[in-house]
Design a protein around this ligand. Structure first.
Ligand code: PRP
Ligand code: MN
Ligand code: MG
Length: 181
């Protein structure tokens, strides 16, 4: 059972849904009259993305990009790999990059630079979680769901060694699972 590996729940399903609805409402207000393109950074953001787009009432389009930097450890390897690029051009579009977590900033600083070079009309970052204590590369974030302490979180799309993504809530992993104490 996945549940046995969880120390405690950080955000329940209800808390997540409520916050996602608030972010969607903010996006609706900010992009009124526009048609934003939401770019989900796979794999971690797929659950957040799916909930977020269903709360946005504006016409919007979606695209997906896959990058990986963590490998199987709990800390970023520092190297960002583009596993899958976008399917569409973003030139002249109002892009919102959707992420599950902003941690060291390594993935996002790399990705935002790469996407900005393609000349979108605008580009903003929407992250569900922000862990500022671990930031080594500055990243500007316009939409942030929750600021969290420096603990290893899983669930709602976030993995440890590819597991736990399917938990409906966000929880803190027991240190014994990743070889701590
Ligand atoms: C995780 C997470 C973010 C990134 C954040 O992805 O989903 O994309 O790390 O960390 P950073 O700010 O230190 O770069 P990961 O590389 O584990 O791939 P995944 O989304 O497939 O789990
Ligand atoms: Mn990710
Ligand atoms: Mg990961």
């Amino acid at each position: 059972m996945l549940e046995q590996d969880i120390d405690r729940v950080l955000f329940t399903e209800e808390q997540l849904q409520a916050r996602v609805a608030e972010i969607a409402a903010q996006i609706d207000r900010d992009y009124a009259g526009k048609q934003p393109l939401l770019v989900s950074v796979l794999r971690g953001s797929f659950v957040f993305m799916a909930d977020l787009v269903r709360r946005i009432t504006l016409p919007c389009t979606v695209d997906f990009m896959a990058v990986s930097s963590y490998g199987s450890g709990t800390t970023s390897s520092g190297q960002v790999k583009i596993v899958k690029d976008l399917s569409e051009q973003i030139e002249g579009k109002d892009v919102i990059v959707v992420e599950d977590i902003l941690d060291s900033g390594n993935t996002l600083s790399y990705l935002l630079k790469l996407l900005e070079a393609r000349h979108p009309a605008s580009i903003r970052l929407c992250t569900l979680l922000d862990k500022p204590e671990r930031r080594t590369k500055p990243v500007a974030v316009q939409y942030s769901g929750f600021t969290i302490p420096d603990e290893f979180v899983v669930g709602y799309g976030l993995d440890y060694d590819e597991k736990y993504r399917n938990l409906p809530y966000i929880g803190i992993l027991k240190p014994r699972v990743y070889g701590g104490e």
